[in-house]
Design a protein around this ligand. Structure first.
Ligand code: SUG
Length: 416
């Protein structure tokens, strides 16, 4: 089979909760202390995967990581009873947002003709910094074939790296050589800039990218200060199309010119701030969308229902659909449980261009496997977790057993 884009969604783990751990992520802060619904969350994520499978697209998934994380607690000499924020960190289900699992360069872009993946160190947020060692184990299992894939450890922690959420790829097609665009932050005012340019440069070197087809673009500090803690909250690209908010980049015109110089076919759809303000874009997560090439060749935008229901965003989308632009369909999905922690449809997926036959089939989804996953979630995932439940030994046992039931159902028990 030919090379295709495969979206690997994170299955939302059984410890999903709202602990308000992410400074600069407005949704996470505003839902701190709310009661979460892990079962509903995981079913919403699975329904999104089924939706995209139903569009005729290839769909994969990654598994929740072990939580509460015994290795994280051991590394800081804690047993989980010391400090509620550290306990919550050890329980965090944040690996669901696989757009932060790694940065991926398809084979057509790399010097050795293999698809390269570098796990993201996620060092800016303690609860996320524990993810990468388990993530890299999983990536090495899913993409084990050395003829087609190279999986790198995370770059050193002195350089913050948040993975594909700050990386876009444009080109004439998924299989053709592409332009890789790394977006870094320098200052977010009160909020941290999570992506360091030196991390992006390191990833580009590790992947053997051609400097003539690689751009390093600064994120607009105003966007970070407004709550765009990752670039994928204000821009998304697919093949020749970039869909972006006017205020996403520090130098928008320079960025568009550099893209057009490297890719003359580029089509840049800019949403002006006087139609959708930065605040509306971040609240609705309009840009945290999956911009997908459908089997018909048309492009569709999978957005969260929050964007579809937002009056000014809806007005802009209606105008876009009525015009003759490159994005022909808008497809709303309900991922409200993830959205309440700042994770929209695009956060929940990692894009990998590959021949599905070269990927470990246990990580690829079909309808019968989705049924199997759904049955495990329905039987084992807690219905609710309140702030007071986080740290409870009885709930920890249930969360651990739930994940193991899923690994068992998918024949993936070799994952630690
Ligand atoms: O890193 N939220 C995640 C959301 C990640 C979204 N990903 C992308 N934009 N690609 C984060 O801020 C919330 C956890 C908490 O508050 O408990 C959290 O980690």
């Amino acid at each position: 089979m030919a090379l295709v884009e495969i979206n690997f969604d994170g299955i939302i783990g059984p410890s999903h909760n709202y602990a308000g751990l992410s400074l600069g992520n407005l949704a996470s802060a505003s839902h701190a202390g709310d009661v979460s619904q892990p079962r509903a969350a995981a079913l919403q994520g699975l329904a999104k995967m089924r939706h995209n499978l139903g569009l005729g697209l290839t769909q994969g998934f990654l598994l929740p990581l072990p939580r509460p994380n015994p290795r994280f607690l051991a590394a800081i000499g804690a047993d989980g009873s010391e400090n509620p924020r550290l306990t919550a960190a050890a329980w965090s289900a944040s690996s669901m947002w696989t757009a932060n699992a790694a940065t991926v360069s398809p084979a057509a872009d790399t010097a050795d003709g293999r698809c390269h993946l570098t796990a993201a160190n996620l060092v800016t947020m303690p609860h996320r910094s524990q993810e990468w060692p388990d993530t890299v184990r999983q990536l090495r299992l899913a993409f084990a074939d050395p003829a087609h894939f190279a999986v790198h450890d995370a770059v050193p922690p002195c350089f913050g790296d948040e993975g594909a959420a700050n990386h876009m790829r444009m080109g004439t097609g998924h299989a053709a050589p592409g332009l890789e665009i790394f977006v870094y932050g320098t200052s977010g005012g009160a909020f941290p800039a999570r992506q360091h340019v030196e991390a992006s440069r390191a990833v580009a070197r590790l992947h053997g990218l051609d400097p003539a087809r690689t751009l390093f673009v600064e994120q607009n500090p105003e966007a970070i200060a407004a709550g765009a803690f990752h670039n994928d909250v204000v821009a998304v690209a697919n093949e020749r199309v970039l869909f972006t908010h006017e205020l996403a980049f520090a130098d928008p015109e320079g960025t568009y010119a550099a893209i057009r110089a490297a890719l003359p076919e580029a089509e840049i759809v800019v949403v002006p701030a006087d139609a959708v303000s930065l605040a509306d874009a971040i609240k609705s997560y309009l840009f945290n969308a999956q911009l997908l090439t459908l089997p018909s060749g048309e492009m569709g935008l999978v957005i969260p229902t929050e964007a579809w229901e937002h009056p000014r965003v809806r007005a802009w989308l209606d105008g876009m659909l009525a015009s003759n632009g490159p994005i022909r369909r808008v497809l709303p999905v309900d991922v409200r449980q993830s959205m309440a922690n700042g994770g929209g449809p695009a956060c929940l997926r990692l894009r990998v261009v590959a021949d599905p036959a070269t990927v470990d089939p246990r990580f690829l989804l079909d309808t019968s496997k989705a049924d199997r996953i759904e049955a495990v979630i329905a039987a084992h995932w807690p219905e609710e977790i309140s702030a007071a439940d986080v740290g409870s030994p009885a709930l920890a046992e249930r969360v651990i057993a739930a994940r193991l039931a899923l690994l068992d159902a998918l024949d993936l028990t070799e994952l630690p």
